[in-house]
Design a protein around this ligand. Structure first.
Ligand code: SF4
Ligand code: SF4
Length: 222
């Protein structure tokens, strides 16, 4: 059986920035999947891909066509990378359920099949930030994530016991004033309204922003 360490080394070699394993046995009720499908799948492999600092630096007060393209390609890279994890796990006779990197199934509440952020946090890759995104100590919110559910008995990582502290950099740049002093006070309604405005920009056409992502460099901020 391939070990967790071998899987991690393989993915880091292939260009993935962050790798973790989460115990998802307690949060399967959050997934938009039937019990029949998830019943043996108690582990999740999480991959993170760090976005280009320079692409983010080029944003001024709205998303740009270059950011849009980069964001899309990062998702495609993650979708391809998780297929490799799926193959390596299935080769050893275990189940592997890859979840798309960025596929909304509920646009109103901006939900996918699972929350990659929630699982990345369980896997210890970051904490929930005031901007409602996962904050990696190394790369801040400048990471895209993807998840694969499995019954392979991989050792789970532990969540981090850290938070944003006194940092408010993302709140200062949010055009919607959606960010407050804690993740619990994040106003997803205001954020969604802003994203719908950005969606109408020529060559964007999707609900992205990037401004609080640009602002958040993790430990470098705090
Ligand atoms: S994505 Fe944009 S609108 Fe939403 S919280 Fe971040 S900066 Fe504000
Ligand atoms: S910019 Fe600061 S406050 Fe905002 S999510 Fe990142 S670390 Fe937290």
């Amino acid at each position: 059986m391939i070990t967790k360490q071998e899987l991690k080394e393989q993915m880091l070699k292939d260009g993935i920035s962050l790798f973790g394993v989460a115990d998802v046995s307690g949060i399967k009720g959050h997934f938009v999947l039937t019990e029949e499908i998830t019943k043996d799948l108690n582990r999740a492999v999480v991959l993170g891909y760090r976005l280009s600092q320079k692409v983010l630096d080029s944003l001024v007060d709205k998303p740009s066509p270059m950011y849009y393209f980069h964001y899309q390609r990062a998702n495609v890279f993650l979708d391809s990378s998780i297929l490799k994890v799926a193959e390596l796990i299935q080769r050893d006779g275990y189940q592997a359920l890859p979840i798309p990197a960025s596929q909304m199934i509920d646009w109103e509440n901006m939900r996918g099949t699972v929350s990659h952020r929630e699982i990345a946090e369980l896997a210890g890759l970051g904490w929930r930030g005031k901007n409602n995104l996962t904050v990696s100590p190394l790369y801040g919110s400048q990471v895209r994530y993807i998840t694969l559910l499995t019954n392979m008995p991989l050792e789970a990582d532990k969540p981090l016991a850290e938070n944003c502290g006194a940092c408010r950099l993302c709140a200062r740049v949010c055009p919607a004033e959606a960010i407050s002093d804690s993740p619990e006070k994040f106003d997803s309604g205001k954020c969604r309204i802003q994203l719908r405005k950005f969606e109408k920009i020529q060559f964007i056409g999707t609900m992205i922003c990037g401004l609080c992502v640009k602002a958040c460099k993790g430990k470098g901020n705090i």
